[in-house]
Design a protein around this ligand. Structure first.
Ligand SMILES: Cc1ncc(COP(=O)(O)O)c(C=O)c1O
Length: 439
């Protein structure tokens, strides 16, 4: 339905037998292809491309104006009030969270950060190594336990300064009830950060007014997961948190006045963006937002949900399939994790690539604690993996859709998975040493 919107759709890739077929990209949770409108936008802007905030020439003025105005477009996309919030451009979600974890040093100090057992490492490690962190549990199906969250908030009343939670899991696609979580966090005096890397490209988000208990304090996301490559991510945060102190990166662009013995910092957001900004990254992001808005996020959600529902129904008929996240499709983005009993996840992923030209990801998807929980890996087994780091580790195969994927592509994958599920020994022997396993 939306196939023509993205670039690279007809790329041919070689199979094991040397025949070339059109690539099927089911790895959009890692990175999406670019919207054609994004590439067109970059091309269109290039005659005016120049320095941002560093020149008086016409092109520089146009570039600076575009860049400054882009913040409002991004804020508007998630309904953030520009009087309270600012959008800071960074490299990606990971950089945004690292920046925030540095900037909240005074606010959190010896307090507690609540992360969860379903986070991507990027929303766990920056907190874990700076602060006292506790983790909200997930149930056996991998859903976040709101009861446990409330228990931890109550138990540590007054001490929890931040709840850092993903908007949607990059392993199961489960969407967290971010506004319910926000209400709970605020009720107990905490703030909330939503990792929007998997949510923003697939769902509309309204972060709500700050006087609403359900509002989101901080949200972060990456352009490259929403059809906008060129290396831009966003940190959206209340302006006032940047008023005191200074940024994790300092230098050109972050200051108002510098003498040989004094510095007066620029106001946010400039204070937080050291060095020449990535203008093309921002051009790409804005084009992508405009395209998504034109399509309508509700339509995108509905279409991707149809893809997911169809896939899960078909997958249930595949011999030896193990599904981890086949319930509650209404509260899920288009990500499916599975295994084929008796086959290593890397073998299945390699067979999909070399027999069908289908790109998926396998392993633990930078969310190792979550996958360990989902697969019920015992503490003893985890110890064994620590001792012998060359051992093949458990994981899953992940399919993740973008709005341009279609039912024909899904049918090709389902037929291949049926063959794999029916011929486990054959595929085990053929691909027992896959070339690449990701963690
Ligand atoms: C939920 C989630 N958070 C954070 C990240 C990190 O994003 P990036 O690599 O763009 O920094 C990812 C990437 O897969 C993710 O899925």
């Amino acid at each position: 339905m939306y196939k023509s919107l993205v670039s690279g759709i007809n790329t041919l890739v070689p199979l094991f037998n040397g025949i070339k077929v059109p690539y099927i990209n089911f790895d959009n949770a890692a990175t999406t292809p670019a919207f054609s409108s994004v590439l067109y936008g970059i091309n269109n802007f290039s005659p005016y491309y120049s320095s941002v905030h560093r020149g008086t020439g016409y092109k520089s003025v146009v570039s600076s104006h575009f860049y400054d105005n882009a913040r409002n477009i991004v804020l508007d996309f998630i309904k953030a009030d520009p009087n309270n919030y600012t959008a800071i451009f960074v490299k990606n979600t990971t950089e945004a969270i690292n920046k925030l974890s540095f900037r909240l040093m005074d606010e959190i100090k010896n307090g507690i950060v609540l992360s969860t057992h379903m986070e991507h490492h990027s929303n766990d490690l920056p907190w874990r190594y700076r602060y006292n962190v506790d983790y909200v549990e997930v149930n056996t199906k991998g859903r976040l336990s709101l009861n446990h969250l409330e228990h931890l908030l109550k138990k540590n009343q007054g001490k929890v300064k931040l709840v850092a939670v993903t908007g949607a899991s990059n392993v199961t696609g489960y969407i967290n009830p971010i506004h319910k979580i926000a209400k709970l966090a605020h009720k107990y005096g905490s703030k909330i950060l939503v990792d929007g890397a998997q949510l923003i490209p697939h769902h509309s988000v309204d972060i709500k007014a700050v006087n609403d208990l359900a509002h989101i304090d901080y949200i972060v996301f990456s352009g490259h997961k929403m059809y906008a490559p060129f290396g831009t991510g966003v940190l959206i945060a209340p302006k006032n948190i940047f008023e005191s102190g200074f940024s994790d990166h300092i230098g050109g662009g972050t200051v108002d006045l510098v003498t040989s013995d004094d510095v007066i910092w620029a106001p946010p957001p400039e204070k937080e963006e050291a060095g020449t900004p990535n203008l093309f990254g921002v051009v790409a992001l804005i084009e992508s937002i405009q395209t998504l808005k034109k399509l309508g996020m509700e339509k995108v959600v509905e279409y991707e949900r149809r893809l997911t529902r169809y896939t899960l129904e078909k997958m249930k008929t595949i011999p030896n399939i193990i599904l981890y996240d086949d319930e509650d499709i209404e509260n899920k983005v288009s990500i499916i994790s599975f295994n084929i009993d008796g086959l290593y996840h890397g073998t299945v992923a390699t067979a999909l690539s070399l027999e069908g030209g289908i790109g998926v990801r396998n392993g633990c998807f930078c969310a190792q604690p979550y996958v360990q929980k989902l697969l019920h890996i015992s503490k003893e087994d985890i110890e064994k993996y620590k001792e012998n780091r060359d051992m093949l580790r458990p994981g899953t195969v992940r399919i993740s859709y973008g709005l341009y994927n279609d039912f024909k592509e899904i049918n090709i994958m389902i037929e291949l998975l049926k063959q794999i599920g029916n011929n486990i020994d054959y595929y085990h022997n053929k691909y027992r040493n896959p070339p690449f396993y990701s963690k």
